[in-house]
Write a protein that binds this ligand. Structure first.
Ligand SMILES: Cc1cc2nc3c(=O)[nH]c(=O)nc-3n(C[C@H](O)[C@H](O)[C@H](O)COP(=O)(O)OP(=O)(O)OC[C@H]3O[C@@H](n4cnc5c(N)ncnc54)[C@H](O)[C@@H]3O)c2cc1C
Length: 227
């Protein structure tokens, strides 16, 4: 029986695996991270690529490593220097630096030794732990952590669904990959929706980073779609 089974290898699941391996000294073979993607942080990479964002919203102390200054130290090391860019406020690191640091941490910790590419589809209590069903079989673990994120349950408000039915080029930022031409062209100040697309054919997508990056535009909840 495994000691720990982590469902989801995104930011949180990967960080937890690191805490167990490096912080608590749990051996790799007693931990399993189950995720449908081949590598850690796949959803994070997809979402940041979708928005084209160059810098994080969060400060340099937020990353997947154990110590708060780890990313800052990495930025001074040869592997991090080429990506060492920060912006104010809060000294936010570049997406490239965050990514390079995360890959470095993952490689050094050996998190991928705990990795299983699979999807969990059920869980039930058994004596001394849990039996977890996946598409490839089943596993038993004393402790199970659900770190599945929200990316596979995107919320589409009714107005966005209606626009989709009218063939507007509307996308959700959680989509695996937005169409290439869909770059943000405007954003709304009163909520976190962002317009995507070419100027004569504009779509809308939801993102948490919309507020500061792009020009103002009418709120899609109040204005009709421009096409
Ligand atoms: C555009 C954008 C920019 C952001 N910028 C920042 C920022 O600057 N700073 C910040 O702190 N946060 C930021 N966030 C938020 C941050 O990305 C999320 O808080 C974080 O990615 C959530 O991580 P997670 O591990 O909980 O979920 P996820 O990253 O979604 O990972 C969950 C994983 O679980 C897997 N999974 C789901 N169901 C199953 C299953 N049944 N079996 C196995 N695996 C499963 C998924 O496939 C996925 O790989 C941003 C988010 C977006 C969308």
């Amino acid at each position: 029986m495994l000691e720990w089974l982590i469902v989801g290898g995104g930011i949180h699941g990967t960080h937890l695996a690191l805490v167990l391996i490096q912080g608590a000294g749990v051996e790799h073979e007693r931990i399993r991270v189950v995720d449908p993607h081949a590598e850690p942080l796949a959803r994070w990479h997809a979402c940041t690529a979708n928005t084209g964002m160059a810098f994080l919203r969060s400060a340099a102390v937020h990353h997947i490593d154990l110590h708060s200054d780890a990313l800052t130290q990495f930025a001074k090391a040869p592997a991090g220097k080429p990506f060492a860019r920060f912006v104010e406020p809060y000294r936010r690191p570049s997406v490239d630096l965050f990514r390079a640091h995360a890959l470095d941490v993952i490689e050094r910790s050996g998190v991928q030794q705990c990795w299983t590419t699979d999807r969990v589809c059920g869980i039930q209590r058994i004596n001394g732990g849990w039996q977890v069903a996946s598409t490839a079989g089943s596993m038993e673990a004393r402790q199970v952590v659900l770190a599945m994120g929200a990316g596979e349950q995107p919320a589409w408000p009714l107005w966005a669904q209606s626009l989709g039915m009218m063939d507007a080029p509307i996308h959700h930022v959680f989509a695996p990959a937005l169409p290439h031409q869909s770059r943000p062209v405007a954003s709304c100040r009163c909520c976190w929706w962002r317009y995507f697309g070419s100027p004569n054919r504009i779509g809308i997508s939801r993102t948490a980073t919309a507020k500061r990056d792009t020009a103002d535009a009418p709120c899609p909840t109040q204005a009709s779609t421009r096409q």
